[in-house]
Write a protein that binds this ligand. Structure first.
Ligand SMILES: Nc1ncnc2c1ncn2[C@@H]1O[C@H](COP(=O)(O)OP(=O)(O)OP(=O)(O)O)[C@@H](O)[C@H]1O
Ligand SMILES: [Mg+2]
Length: 146
């Protein structure tokens, strides 16, 4: 499915729409170039899950954890990682064995993820359309019925 966003709020709203359709165990792979809106999209997912915390980019911490009641949201940012070994070093498998909803920004940095977890993955791609407008984004969502 393809959606058009013209503001960060609209991107967040699409994230919220997806967040209403996800279940525990789902892995949302969130890709798109620098500043595409991946973290804003994640804010919307968190909102849909009832998470009231401020969502910040885990670029340096690699993963942030948020809870709302029994729901656990794992928010990864793999921007600084390069190999599957880097992932193993942060205990990625153990994180994903938890009963959580996972969002992975920059998942394309470690393509092995897509092969290993294929049955659990929802792909979201956000494309900047700077030639049309500085705030235009095309959002593609695959692997879930909305
Ligand atoms: N339609 C839009 N959707 C989302 N963000 C937008 C949009 N138009 C402009 N922006 C701006 O683009 C930036 C997106 O920031 P955000 O941190 O969400 O991107 P990101 O893809 O997570 O970046 P990074 O690659 O650093 O992780 C913000 O400064 C936001 O204001
Ligand atoms: Mg980000």
């Amino acid at each position: 499915m393809q959606f058009v966003s013209d503001s960060e709020l609209q991107t967040e709203e699409y994230g919220r729409m997806l967040g209403l359709s996800v279940k525990c165990g789902d892995i949302i792979c969130l890709d798109g170039n620098l500043g595409a809106g991946k973290t804003h999209f994640t804010k919307g997912i968190a909102k849909a899950l009832g998470i009231g915390d401020v969502i910040t980019s885990p670029t340096f911490t690699i993963v942030n954890e948020y809870r709302s009641g029994s729901i656990l949201l794992l928010h990864f940012d793999l921007y600084r990682l390069e190999t599957f070994d880097d992932l193993e070093n942060i205990g990625f498998d153990e994180y994903l064995d938890q009963d959580a909803i996972s969002v992975i920004e920059w998942s394309n940095n470690i393509p092995d993820i897509h092969a290993i977890y294929s049955s659990r993955i929802i792909r979201v791609n956000i494309l900047r359309c700077d030639d049309i407008s500085p705030t235009r984004r095309i959002i593609n969502i695959d692997g879930v019925d909305l």
